[in-house]
Design a protein around this ligand. Structure first.
Ligand SMILES: *Cc1c(COP(=O)(O)O)cnc(C)c1O
Length: 397
């Protein structure tokens, strides 16, 4: 185990500095655990067996000839983060937070979510027989709410939107001693997501790509990629950082606007961008006040990358392209990486000769024949008394 520092976070987790060196990287001769735990020397996990029972991480890096041809990028790779239990890139963070919780005897995990973090949390909690209490916006996709509830989560909706849900979930975690999985707030979420960079590096035979393109909502996906590549550099695994390009929906692009303001070169002024962010089809990245926005922008700046915005019709087109030329299903936010690459190529931010990794971060997940317990999640006021009352009125199914 590599971490040395003693900054305490909730539930006794020790954070989060490592004595960087080549010994922290997995060896060339294969062996050791599969998936995300392969990199546990760079994760805040105490010694001993891993408790989390479901394999997470170890996702494929795909070389797809049709997609390479249609984009004109011969060294294009797709990092397919949809292969986990909840079909989005939220499974790694969920697993790491729950692993910590299992070791400290937590009985409940909470998160707010635009949808996918909550589905991952509900499924992960079900897998380890913990209770999950989820806070969403009333605009959250009903099929995703149904999935969470079918997996046994207690789900409550707030009319004030996702940011209010984050605040209430965090307050409830403090008040009731629950595990706090809120993305970007709990540093474990970024730690878990950094393993994507480590996998990409190993999958490219211990070389960095030139560019990684990833959708950005709250920011931990991009910040985690940057941290992973930073640590590879610190451990001597690579000699340069890839450029990181973040992608947002044109109808909800706070970080593209911030980047344009700071950088002066990105295009801004796309139509839409309402305060609610609710009008994009990319619900997985519809975040108006990103919790890790500063970290994501820092990742872009430090690596010489960029932020790009893509309209909803480009997201739909990217989803169609992934299916037709790659045989890959996606949801709109999940396809934003490819849509962003198309925009970045058109804008001269990426050269076609470069080695490019596009993150595919989510695909539609059906609940199957499982009936949805109730038509909709109960709507509550944003305060702790309302949470107490709602928990009593709506016990676990
Ligand atoms: C959450 C999510 C992202 C972006 O993740 P952040 O870490 O919040 O920036 C991208 N795509 C999908 C499908 C997601 O669910």
């Amino acid at each position: 185990m590599g971490q040395v520092s003693g900054t305490r976070w909730a539930h006794g987790c020790e954070l989060l500095e490592y004595r960087y060196g080549p010994d922290l990287l997995p060896g060339r001769a294969d062996g050791g655990p599969a998936g995300m735990w392969r990199y546990r020397a760079l994760l805040p996990v105490d010694p001993g067996p891993i408790h989390y029972p479901v394999p997470v991480g170890g996702t494929p890096l795909l070389a797809l000839p049709g997609l390479r041809a249609v984009t004109g990028v011969p060294e294009l790779f797709v990092k397919d983060e949809t292969r986990g239990p909840s079909a989005s890139n939220k499974d790694r963070a969920t697993a790491l937070v729950l692993e910590g919780g299992l070791r400290t005897g937590a009985d409940t995990i909470t998160t707010a979510s635009t949808g996918n973090a909550a589905v991952a949390t509900a499924l992960g909690a079900a897998a380890v027989a913990l209770r999950s209490v989820i806070f969403v916006s009333t605009g959250c996709r009903p099929d995703k709410v149904g999935l969470m509830r079918a997996a046994g989560a207690q789900v409550f909706a707030l009319a004030d939107g996702y940011s209010a849900a984050v605040e209430l979930s965090r307050a409830a975690a403090r008040e009731f001693g629950w595990l706090d999985r809120n993305t970007g707030v709990n540093p474990y979420t970024t730690e878990a997501k950094k393993t994507v960079a480590l996998e990409i590096w190993e999958q490219l035979r211990r070389q960095p790509p030139d560019v990684v393109v990833a959708p950005v909502g709250d920011g931990p996906t991009l910040a985690g990629l940057a941290k992973g590549f930073d640590e590879l550099l610190a451990c001597g695994g690579i000699e340069r950082l890839p450029r990181l390009i973040g992608v947002q929906a044109a109808n909800c692009q706070p970080l593209v606007r911030a980047w344009a303001g700071a950088d002066g070169s990105a295009t801004s002024g796309a139509p839409g961008d309402p305060a609610s962010g609710a009008t994009t089809i990319a619900d997985g990245i519809a975040v108006t006040r990103p919790t890790a926005g500063a970290l994501a922008l820092d990742a872009v700046r430090r690596t010489g990358g960029a932020m790009v915005a893509v309209p909803d019709d480009a997201l739909s087109a990217a989803g169609a392209t992934l299916l037709r030329y790659g045989g890959l299903g996606s949801e709109p936010a999940g396809a934003a990486g490819l849509a962003g690459l198309v925009a970045a190529l058109a804008g001269g931010l990426v050269d076609r000769a470069e080695r490019v990794v596009v993150m595919l971060t989510g695909r539609e997940l059906a609940a199957g024949p499982t009936p949805v317990p109730e038509p909709a999640a109960p709507v509550i006021e944003p305060d702790l008394d309302a949470v107490r009352a709602a928990l009593a009125d709506h016990p676990r199914n």
